[in-house]
Design a protein around this ligand. Structure first.
Ligand SMILES: Cc1cc2nc3c(=O)[nH]c(=O)nc-3n(C[C@H](O)[C@H](O)[C@H](O)COP(=O)(O)OP(=O)(O)OC[C@H]3O[C@@H](n4cnc5c(N)ncnc54)[C@H](O)[C@@H]3O)c2cc1C
Length: 384
């Protein structure tokens, strides 16, 4: 759905109010306690946010990519972890919508949109992150379906989610290896699927990141995405293109939070007889921070516009992800500097921003990988 400007403003205003009233008062406490934000997630479900990118035909909000990015920015400005339950959930909605069979769409998308089902992406393993082709989890043919064996690592929503898109090798000998990877929709409940250790993290706390273990876990044939094996790598990589914009929008939101705190503090804190914002060095920092944030937001918008026009946008999504998340990393450090010693204390939110930012340069494809994707796209586009 293309949202008109007024609807977009109203949606963004609604999310901003939710963040101001409900999120900001509790975020620091929940984050320091590493406590899952059940009440906030329930409110996000009631606002329909789990169906942001699910078409209205399947009971979702069917927002366009730009509006969805603005929603993510607002949430991340309040507390980046709050985007965790939505992030890979929306990736699997995208994969099922684009590549699922019609019965798969009808079975899963309405429940994912309503939040009855909450999902995640089970791709990474202890020995395979960037190099997805190295995954070792297998799906062996059996009567009526497949038996999954192996372990996944770093799975966001692993404990509180109930529905996942899982990558497994249906042909471990395939050459090239990615042609042996298939994608499945899996649900908790049947034997052989257990949630293991929750990883204790630097930031992005409050949302769980888990190991998942599969020991001859049965998946019916009907849950092979698109009904054809060997296409999982391409399906998941296409889904990760949306994830890149999502992560870029988180970067804009986090950087904005840090900037807003810094510019406020710079007017309150006095040294040498004047507020620190009157020192030119601090002004330079504020100017650079705000300029980078604005540029990051425009890159996200430009890539999202291309996606909404149905054009290929892997290059632009990579640029947006790279720039917005590096911006977040730089801006949180500058915000910390502006706060001096106060920024290092857990009393203020700046130290949380500082711990949250690094995930953005790793998740959704590391920024090293984004540079490779960008360079590949440029060489295709400017081929002589
Ligand atoms: C908090 C958190 C949540 C996560 N959630 C999920 C999730 O929900 N689902 C999921 O499937 N995964 C998830 N991940 C995993 C994440 O996607 C991987 O950590 C990420 O893809 C990097 O993989 P890796 O950790 O194996 O690093 P590696 O691939 O081992 O990379 C190590 C370093 O080498 C660099 N590198 C690798 N290959 C190249 C190359 N060809 N050229 C240049 N540099 C290269 C990388 O950029 C990085 O700097 C999560 C990770 C974290 C930290």
């Amino acid at each position: 759905m293309n949202v008109n400007d007024q609807m977009q403003r109203e949606i963004v205003r609604g999310i901003r109010q939710f963040v101001e009233r409900e999120v900001l008062p509790v975020a620091a406490r929940l984050e320091h306690a590493d406590e899952y934000p059940h009440a906030l997630v329930d409110q996000m479900r009631d606002l329909g946010l789990f169906g942001c990118n699910v078409p209205t035909k399947y009971d979702g909000l069917g927002l366009d990519t730009i509006t969805f990015a603005l929603v993510i920015e607002e949430l991340a400005r309040g507390w980046m972890s709050l985007v965790g339950p939505l992030g890979t959930h929306s990736v699997i909605c995208d994969i099922i919508h684009r590549f699922g069979t019609e019965p798969q769409r009808q079975k899963y998308l309405p429940d994912l949109a309503s939040g009855v089902r909450r999902g995640g992406l089970a791709l990474s393993e202890s020995d395979a992150g960037t190099d997805v082709q190295r995954i070792r989890t297998t799906a062996a043919r059996t009567d009526g379906g497949y038996l999954i064996r192996g372990s996944k690592m770093w799975i966001t929503n692993g404990r509180h989610g109930n529905t996942f898109v899982l990558a497994a090798k249906t042909d471990p000998q395939a050459d090239p290896p990615h042609t042996g990877i298939s994608a499945f929709i899996i649900e908790k409940g049947a034997p052989g699927f257990t949630v293991g250790r929750e990883i204790d993290k630097l930031g992005y706390r409050g949302v769980e990141t888990c190991e998942l273990h599969f020991d001859d876990f049965f998946v019916p044939e009907a849950n092979l995405i698109g009904g054809v094996g060997g296409r999982g790598f391409k399906q998941i990589m296409a889904g990760l293109e949306s994830e890149r914009l999502n992560v870029a929008a988180r970067g804009v939101g986090l950087a904005r939070a840090a900037f807003e705190d810094a510019i406020r503090y710079s007017q309150e804190r006095h040294t040498f007889g004047k507020p620190i914002c009157q020192h030119q060095t601090i002004q330079n920092k504020l100017a650079d921070m705000a300029t980078r944030i604005e540029a990051a937001r425009l890159l996200v918008r430009s890539a999202a516009e291309k996606k909404d026009r149905g054009e290929r946008c892997d290059l632009e999504a990579g640029m947006a992800k790279l720039f917005a998340t590096e911006t977040a990393q730089e801006v949180v450090l500058e915000a910390l500097r502006i706060h001096g010693g106060a920024g290092y204390a857990k009393d203020l939110n700046v130290e949380r921003y500082y711990r949250d930012a690094p995930l953005l340069i790793i998740g959704g494809g590391t920024n090293e990988l984004q540079r490779l994707i960008i360079a590949k796209g440029l060489l295709e586009r400017f081929a002589v």
